[in-house]
Design a binder for this molecule. Structure first.
Ligand code: FAD
Length: 574
C-alpha cells in the first residue's frame, strides 16, 4: 500500500460545494487541507456542478434574520429537523453567500420570487436538458479550486476513499484507491463530503424504499454512499429523517432522451392534475408537493408505467410556471405529450383500460366540484391547488420519479461533527453536505436547500477544526435584511465589497437611491416652469396644465428608476 508522506491537518472526501468550501475555508484560516476527489479532470461531475445554483433556505432569502429562518425550518419540517442544525444553518447561510462572493463567486436574481434572489451567475438558459457548462455552479466550483491552490491546499484527483483509519476510537486518516493503487492518507481530522447515496441500490433499498429501479438519477450520478458506509463502520449512525430523498417528477423519456433531464421537472403539472398507473387508477395523493409526490411514487408505484393527466388549462397555467417550464420546453426537447378530445381517446393513446381511466377522471372531477377531494378513496390534499380536468382537452405525459440526492444521511451535530450511537462526537470525524441527515426530509419530504446546507456546514466544519487545533478564527456575519434602513433596499443587500454588483456603477446606484426625491423635485420644477411660461389668458387652466405636466414628468422619472432597478437586479451579478 502506498502511504502519502506529505502532512496535512485535514482530509476532505469529495470535491462538491461541501468539500471545496471546507477545504478553502480551512486553508484560509491557516490549516493544510488535502481534498480527495474520485473524479478526474477540471470538470469532474457532481450534483453541485449540475445544480441550478439557487442558494436559498426553504425558498426564502438567507439574509432574513436568523430567528425567522430557524422558525421557518421548524415549520416546514413540522419540527422534525434537528433544532441545533436548523439554528446553525439559519445563522451561517447568509455568511456563505458573502464568503463565496469574496472568493470571486457571482450571484444574480433569477426571477422576482424571494427564493430565487441568490442564483449563481450566470444562470441556466431557459431550455430543457443538462445545461451546466460555464453556468454559475460550474464557474463557482472552478473558482473554489483555484482559490484552494492559491492558498496552498491540495486536491488529489482520481482518489476514491473507501475506509476510515481508526485508532483508539479516533479517526486518523483515510484509505482508498488512487489511480488504482491502494493508498493511505493520514491527518488528525477527516471530513466526509461525498454527496449522498442516491446511486447505490443496496443503500437506497435499506434506507429509502424498495424500488430503486423505479427512480431516475437526475444528478451527477457520483453519490454512491462511500461516506455513509465508512462512517457506519467507524461507529457513526444514520439520521433517518423520514427516509426521504430530494427529487422531482420527470418525463419518463429521460430514460432514453438526455434532452429532457434534469429539466424541465413536471411537479407543477403533476400536482395540479392526476397521476395514474398502468391500470388507469390513482395511486398517491398528488396534492402535497412535487418532492413528496416523487417520494410517494418511488415508494408505491407497482409498475414502471405512470402518467400525469391534465388538461389544456393546466398546461397553459401551472405548466408555464416552473423555473424551466415544461410548456413549451418539454415538447421542443422531444418529450412525449399525448393530446386527446376525450378520456377514451387518451386511454387508447396511453394503452390503459379506457373504462377505468374514465371512471378515475369522473370521480375526481365530481369530488372537485363537491369540494370533497379528501373523501376520494385516495385522499387528494389541497396544499397544491387542484384543478378540474376537462376531458375534451385532455392531455397526458409519461412520468417517473427523479432522485437528486438522499436527504436521510450521516448524523452530525451543529459543528458538523459525526455522532455515535450515544450522540457523542467521534473524535477526528466530520461530515458535511448532502451526505448528512437531520435537516431535511421528514414525513413531508421537505427540501430546505442542498447548496446552502452543503456550503454552510463546510464553513462550520473548517472553523471547528481550526478551533480544536487552537487556531484563532475571525468570523464576520453579514448584515441581515432589516438590520438597518439600507438593507431593505434589495439593490443593496450584502454588497459589502466595493467590486460587486451595483457598487461598480455609482451613477445608477445614486439614481436608484435618490430616484424618488429627484423625481419629485423635477416634477415640481416642471410644474413651476410650465406655469410661469403659460400666457395669463388661460386663466384657471394654467395651474391645471402645469400640474398635469409636473405629474407626467414625475411618473416618467419614477418609471425609469423602476426600470433601472428591474434591469440591474436581473443583469448585474452581485
Ligand atoms: C439538477 C440539479 C439541480 C439542483 N439545483 C439546486 C439548486 O438550485 N439549489 C440547491 O440548493 N440545490 C440544488 N441541487 C442540489 C445540490 O446540488 C446538492 O445538494 C449539493 O450540490 C450537494 O453538494 P455536495 O458537495 O454535498 O455533493 P456533490 O456536489 O455531489 O459532491 C460530492 C463529491 O464527492 C465525490 N465523491 C463521492 N464519493 C467519493 C469517494 N469515495 N472518494 C472521493 N470522492 C468522492 C464526488 O465525485 C463528488 O464530486 C440540485 C441538484 C441537481 C442534480
Amino acid at each position: 500500500m502506498l502511504s502519502s508522506d506529505e502532512s496535512f491537518d485535514l482530509i476532505i472526501v469529495g470535491g462538491g460545494i461541501a468539500g471545496l468550501t471546507t477545504a478553502v475555508r480551512a486553508a484560509e484560516i491557516g490549516l493544510r487541507p488535502l481534498l480527495l476527489e474520485k473524479g478526474t479532470g477540471v470538470e469532474y461531475p457532481n450534483n453541485s456542478r449540475f445544480s441550478g445554483g439557487i442558494v436559498h433556505i426553504g425558498f426564502h432569502d438567507p439574509y432574513r434574520p436568523p430567528e425567522e429562518l430557524e422558525q421557518l425550518i421548524h415549520k416546514l419540517t413540522s419540527g422534525e429537523a434537528k433544532p441545533e442544525l436548523a439554528a446553525a444553518l439559519a445563522k451561517n447561510g447568509a455568511r456563505l453567500i458573502t464568503w463565496l462572493q469574496d472568493k470571486g463567486g457571482k450571484f444574480m436574481r433569477f426571477n422576482p420570487q424571494e427564493g430565487y434572489r441568490w442564483c449563481m451567475a450566470p444562470p441556466r438558459a431557459l431550455r430543457a436538458g443538462n445545461d451546466w457548462k460555464e453556468r454559475g455552479p460550474d464557474l463557482m466550483l472552478k473558482r473554489l479550486v483555484l482559490a484552494l491552490a492559491e492558498l496552498g491546499g491540495k486536491i488529489q484527483y482520481g482518489a476514491r476513499a473507501t475506509n476510515l483509519v481508526m485508532e483508539d476510537g479516533k479517526c486518523i486518516g483515510v484509505r482508498g484507491l488512487c489511480d488504482d493503487q491502494e493508498t493511505l492518507w493520514k491527518a488528525p481530522y477527516t471530513v466526509i463530503a461525498d454527496g449522498g447515496f442516491q446511486t447505490n441500490p443496496q443503500l437506497y433499498e435499506k434506507h429509502i424504499g424498495a424500488n430503486f429501479s423505479s427512480v431516475f438519477q437526475r444528478g451527477g450520478r457520483t453519490g454512491f454512499g462511500d461516506g455513509i458506509n465508512m462512517v457506519l463502520e467507524a461507529g457513526g449512525v444514520v439520521n433517518n429523517s423520514g427516509n426521504r430523498f430530494y427529487g422531482h417528477i420527470l418525463c419518463s423519456d429521460a430514460k432514453h432522451n438526455d434532452a429532457v433531464w434534469p429539466y424541465p421537472e413536471l411537479d407543477a403539472i403533476a400536482t395540479a392534475g392526476l397521476v395514474i398507473d398502468a391500470n388507469g387508477k390513482r395511486i398517491v395523493d398528488e396534492g402535497r408537493s412535487g418532492v413528496h409526490l416523487a417520494n410517494e411514487l418511488a415508494a408505491k408505484a407497482t409498475t414502471e408505467k405512470l402518467f400525469a393527466i391534465f388538461d389544456q388549462d393546466i398546461w397553459n397555467g401551472p405548466g408555464t410556471t416552473a423555473r424551466i417550464p415544461a410548456n413549451p420546453l418539454l415538447e421542443r426537447a422531444g418529450g412525449t405529450i399525448l393530446r386527446a378530445s376525450s378520456s377514451e381517446e387518451l386511454a387508447q393513446l396511453m394503452s390503459v383500460p379506457s373504462e377505468i381511466l374514465n371512471q378515475t377522471i369522473s370521480e375526481y372531477n365530481q369530488a372537485f366540484e363537491n369540494g370533497s377531494l379528501d373523501h376520494l378513496p385516495i385522499k387528494r390534499s389541497e396544499l397544491m391547488k387542484p384543478w378540474s380536468i376537462n376531458p375534451s382537452q385532455i392531455m397526458a405525459i409519461p412520468i417517473c420519479p427523479g432522485i437528486t440526492y438522499t436527504m436521510t444521511g450521516i448524523d452530525i451535530d451543529q459543528h458538523a461533527q459525526v455522532l455515535d450511537k450515544s450522540s457523542n462526537p467521534i473524535p477526528g470525524l466530520f461530515a458535511v453536505g448532502a451526505t448528512t441527515g437531520g435537516l431535511e426530509g421528514g414525513s413531508d419530504s421537505v427540501y430546505i436547500g442542498g447548496l446552502i446546507k452543503s456550503g454552510s456546514f463546510g464553513l462550520i466544519a473548517a472553523e471547528r477544526i481550526a478551533h480544536l487545533q487552537g487556531k484563532p478564527i475571525n468570523i464576520q456575519h453579514p448584515k441581515r435584511i432589516g438590520d438597518d434602513s439600507q438593507q431593505s433596499d434589495p439593490a443593496s443587500v450584502s454588497t459589502k465589497n466595493a467590486s460587486y454588483g451595483l457598487e461598480r456603477f455609482p451613477v445608477l446606484r445614486s439614481l436608484i437611491r435618490f430616484g424618488k426625491p429627484i423625481a419629485m423635485v423635477l416634477g415640481a420644477l416642471a410644474a413651476i416652469i410650465t406655469f410661469s411660461l403659460l400666457p395669463s389668458s388661460l386663466g384657471w387652466l394654467s395651474p391645471l396644465i402645469a400640474l398635469g405636466i409636473g405629474g407626467f414628468i414625475l411618473i416618467i422619472i419614477l418609471g425609469v428608476v423602476e426600470l433601472i432597478v428591474l434591469i440591474t437586479e436581473f443583469l448585474i451579478p452581485e
